[in-house]
Design a protein around this ligand. Structure first.
Ligand code: IPM
Ligand code: MG
Length: 361
């Protein structure tokens, strides 16, 4: 019987709640499939700052390096907002992405028909949206040097560096092409090559790689135009590939199309390691109330089954179970609509497990 070890990093805010719900679903998957999943916990973010004095303790990193996959909740909160950039909870997340070389961040965006009225877009625009943002995750202005606030002639100047090597671009672009091959064979590459040299290189590398994937239809968009097209014709996109900073911004915009940030999972993949986390943050305003939507984390768990453990059938069934629960009208407050049954975090997980057991037969 295969065994997989998962490093579980709950983090802050609603992190522990949505992770708790997801582990119950994964335990059910393990029971039904006979694949053993071993969960081991580690500290990250604000809770790690409080208990260990650093957002990414060495022991957490070691645990991640020894595991088959990492499942993460969320980091951050007002308690740590006063800290300098270097010491903030977010640094734990940025540190782990870099340390595990998780360069390809997959953020699937899907409009579920039962939730379509929650989308801020008109139903006829939102309907059928099903694309995936592939965001580069270990380069760009997030990590480029030089960075900092310096003095120039007695005046402060803030500097960050947007930087990509061609190999950094190539490896994430290849992942995006490979993904497009498994989907509707359309790739949109997003840059700002009318202004930025680094984007000019990005576009060139995409054009070079396109030669190796003649079956994939490639479209190049400037990031400002992409932000607009995403709300005008979201259903026309299949795979979108872009750099770290543009991807951060576009993926939040994309997320809201689906109706709630509480629905969106993500996978961060490198050549050796992988980390799975919901796209939403730690939501300190609702933390501890048992009302957070666990579906984004449960769906991240499904991505883990698929990408890290090759458990494709199980991943499909978890995703199908989530859809079934939505069709049956169960809603957490963020996606509540008239006539639906309001449930909390645990209630939602229970319904997913019930649906999963039914679908399994
Ligand atoms: C995200 C988040 C992070 C990012 C923050 C929390 C550092 O916004 O994962 O999109 O900017 O990458
Ligand atoms: Mg973000």
């Amino acid at each position: 019987m295969p065994t997989f070890k998962v490093a579980v990093l709950e983090g802050d805010g609603i992190g522990p709640e949505v992770i708790g719900a997801t582990l119950k679903v994964l335990e059910k998957v393990s029971e039904l499939s006979g694949v053993e999943l071993v969960f081991e916990r580690g500290l990250i973010g604000g809770s790690a700052i409080d208990q260990r004095g650093t957002p990414l303790p060495q022991e957490t990193l070691r645990l991640c390096l020894e595991s088959h996959a990492v499942l993460l909740g969320a980091v951050g909160g007002p308690k740590w907002d006063h800290l300098p950039t270097e010491k903030r909870p977010e640094k734990g997340l940025l540190g782990i992405r870099k340390a595990l070389d998780l360069y390809a961040n997959l953020r699937p965006v899907k409009v579920y028909e039962p939730l379509i009225s929650s989308s801020p877009l008109k139903e006829e625009v939102a309907r059928g949206t099903d694309f995936i943002v592939v965001r580069e995750l270990t380069g760009d202005a997030y990590y480029g040097e030089p960075r900092g606030v310096f003095l120039e002639g007695g005046k402060r100047v803030g500097i960050n560096t947007m930087r990509y090597t061609e190999e950094e671009i190539r490896r994430v672009v290849r992942r995006a092409f490979e993904l497009a091959l498994q989907r509707r064979r359309k790739l949109a590459s997003v840059d700002k090559s009318n202004v930025l040299e680094v984007s000019g290189l990005w576009r060139q590398v995409v054009q070079e790689e396109a030669q190796n994937y003649p079956e994939v239809e490639v479209e190049h968009l400037y990031v400002d135009n992409c932000a607009m097209q995403m709300v005008r014709r979201p259903s026309s996109f299949d795979v979108i590939v872009t750099g770290n900073l543009f991807g951060d911004i576009l993926s939040d915009e994309a997320a809201v199309i689906s109706g709630s940030l509480g629905m969106l999972p993500s996978a961060s993949l490198g050549d050796r390691y992988a980390l799975y986390e919901p796209v939403h943050g730690s939501a300190p305003d609702i933390a501890g109330n048992g009302v957070a939507n666990p579906l984004a984390t449960i769906l991240s768990g499904a991505m883990m089954l698929r990408h890290s453990f090759n458990m494709h059938r199980e991943a499909d069934l978890v995703e199908r179970a989530v859809e079934l629960v939505l069709e049956r009208g169960y809603r957490t407050p963020d996606i509540q609509s008239p006539g639906c049954a309001l449930v909390g975090t645990e209630g939602m997980a229970r319904e997913v497990i019930r649906a999963l057991e039914e679908l399994w037969r």
